[in-house]
Design a protein. Structure first.
Length: 338
């Protein structure tokens, strides 16, 4: 993968049901990441390419690379599904070794594989033997603790990878445990491939600081890009000029209305549309007001009109004020505290 030397590589994190094709296309206007990664595609004996993954890959307007993320356990299944992928224009395959959803890791896939460095080794060896596409890996620092972290990185070091993304907390720490970027630094010191830091990077300044502290090559950003779609542009500007565009509440307002439009297309009725849009508002609302009044009001909206009223009154009222890019403490995205 060719990325500009000496500049921070930015990636949009895979986020199931959030980083959809319509959502990714919004970044064409707000400033694109250098890399997109699809949400995970579960591989098992009966799996093919899901419709939402296919949607991500066909007729993309973006020229930025996209990796398809696979989640599974058996090399033979990874290979079978991976062999279906070259028909699309993709630049690589990302392997998910960090998913914390209990129903996933209890089946011995995702984050559970961090307990089995030898299985990770086998998966990587067998995929690399049968496939020519670049491979990358997304990990957390361990399942319950970090005892196997160095062993895992040593295994990754034996393979030819495009990049490794380290979500710097344990699987059981879900989204509550404090992120510790020391692990990113340790991974970078042991690996020849590019290393990306991930986890609670909320602003362009923080992205630049994390890269400075860890010597890593880039950042993968998820929820902060949902809150503030300008973040990839801001990182580039901050790096190049030392300052960056600061969005106002009126920018956030028009962005939320755009989200309302794009989510409508994929919802079969108003009720589902409203509840789907709330998935995004759950994150955005963390930055609207420190008392969580907007989130309180948005969560109770039962119709599109009620939701628009909540958006117009709470986000609209701040109009020309700077949009706060870091979540207010104690304003929690429920139900998972993500
Ligand atoms: C709603 C949601 C869905 C996610 N889906 C995936 C996924 O499909 N694959 C994956 O590797 N990580 C997934 N993640 C984890 C993110 O990619 C990322 O590692 C995590 O959110 C931490 O980064 P952030 O603090 O920048 O959001 C998901 C996270 C969220 C909030």
């Amino acid at each position: 993968m060719i990325w500009k030397q000496n500049s921070i590589v930015t990636a949009l994190a895979p986020m199931r049901d959030i980083s959809t094709r319509a959502f990714c296309d919004l970044f064409l206007n707000y400033g694109e990441p250098d890399l997109y990664v699809t949400e995970f595609l579960r591989v098992h004996p009966a799996s093919g390419i899901d419709r939402n993954i296919e949607e991500m890959l066909i007729n993309r307007p973006s020229t930025r690379p996209i990796f398809v993320q696979l989640l599974g356990r058996e090399p033979v299944e990874f290979i079978r599904v991976a062999k279906l992928l070259p028909r699309y224009e993709i630049q690589g395959i990302d392997l998910n070794f960090g998913c914390p959803m209990p129903k996933i890791h209890r089946k011995g896939v995702g984050g559970a594989l961090l307990e089995e460095p030898w299985t990770i080794d086998k998966i990587l060896s067998e995929i690399a033997q049968s496939l020519e596409l670049p491979l990358s890996v997304k990990i957390r620092v361990g399942l319950e603790n970090d005892l196997k972290f160095e062993q895992i990185i040593a295994v990754l070091a034996q393979h030819s990878l495009s990049h490794v993304t380290v979500h710097a907390r344990t699987v059981c720490g879900l989204y509550r445990e404090k992120v510790n970027f020391e692990y990113v630094k340790r991974a970078k010191a042991m690996l020849e491939c590019k290393v990306f830091a991930n986890g609670n990077i909320n602003s362009a300044q923080q992205a630049c600081d994390v890269v400075g502290q860890t010597c890593c090559d880039g950042v993968m950003i998820g929820r902060a890009a949902v809150r503030n779609p300008f973040i990839f542009r801001q990182i580039r500007e901050l790096q190049a000029t030392g300052t960056c565009f600061v969005p106002k509440f009126r920018d956030a307002h028009s962005y939320v209305l755009q989200l309302m439009d794009i989510t409508e297309q994929s919802a079969p009725n108003e009720k589902k549309h409203v509840s789907y849009l709330k998935k995004y508002l759950n994150f955005i609302g963390q930055c609207v007001d420190r008392e969580g009044k907007f989130l309180h009001c948005a969560r109770r909206a039962a119709s599109k009109a009620e939701l628009i009223a909540a958006i117009d009154s709470h986000i609209g009222q701040y109009d020309g004020e700077d949009f706060h890019d870091t979540p207010y403490e104690n304003v929690i995205a429920r139900p998972n505290c993500e």
